[in-house]
Design a protein around this ligand. Structure first.
Ligand SMILES: Nc1nc2c([nH]c(=O)n2[C@H]2C[C@H](O)[C@@H](COP(=O)(O)OP(=O)(O)OP(=O)(O)O)O2)c(=O)[nH]1
Length: 135
C-alpha cells in the first residue's frame, strides 16, 4: 500500500509566512498549520499543492508557484506523510475559504504559534527562511 502524501505550502511574502487555523477535526481545530492537503492518485505534488491552495485560499491555481522542498518529511497518524514546499503567489490576496482564519507571521512570531503538532518539525527551517528572506 502506498503512503498517502499530504503537501503543505509555506507561502512567503516579504519576511512573513502564511499560516492557517484549522476548523477540523476537533483535536486539531483552532491550531495552526501550513495550508495544503492530500495528493490525489496520478497527481504531481506541485499540482496537488496548487489545487489545494486555490481551493483553500481563493487564489488562482496558476498564481501558485511551487518552489523547493522545505525541511524533512513528517510522518503523521493514520499512515500519512507530510511534505512541505516553499510557495510564492504571483497575484491574489489569500482569504480563509476553508480555514477559520489566516495570518502572516514573521520569524519571531513563529515559535509562539499554537501549531498543529507535526508542523513544529519545520519551525527551524521556517525561521531560517524568513530570517534571510528578501525584505
Ligand atoms: N494541510 C495540512 N495538513 C496537515 C498539516 N499538519 C498536519 O498534521 N496535517 C494533517 C491533518 C490531516 O490529518 C492531514 C491533511 O488533511 P487536510 O484536511 O488538510 O487534507 P485534505 O483537504 O486533502 O483532506 P480532506 O479533508 O478533503 O479529506 O494532515 C499541515 O501543515 N497542513
Amino acid at each position: 500500500m502506498t503512503n498517502q502524501i499530504v503537501v503543505a505550502g509555506a507561502v512567503i511574502a516579504g519576511s512573513a509566512v502564511l499560516v492557517a487555523q484549522r476548523r477540523r477535526p476537533p483535536e486539531l481545530a483552532g491550531r495552526w498549520e501550513l495550508p495544503g492537503g492530500k495528493v490525489m492518485p496520478g497527481e504531481t505534488e506541485p499540482a496537488a499543492l496548487a489545487r489545494e491552495l486555490a481551493e483553500e485560499l481563493g487564489v488562482d491555481a496558476d498564481a501558485v508557484v511551487v518552489g523547493e522542498r522545505l525541511g524533512a518529511d513528517v510522518p503523521v497518524v493514520g499512515g500519512m506523510t507530510l511534505r512541505a514546499y516553499r510557495v510564492g503567489l504571483t497575484r491574489g490576496e489569500p482569504r480563509p475559504d476553508d480555514h477559520r482564519a489566516l495570518r502572516w507571521a514573521t520569524a519571531v512570531e513563529l515559535p509562539g504559534i499554537d501549531w498543529v503538532p507535526a508542523d513544529r518539525a519545520w519551525l527551524d527551517e521556517l525561521i531560517t527562511l524568513l530570517t534571510f528572506a528578501e525584505r
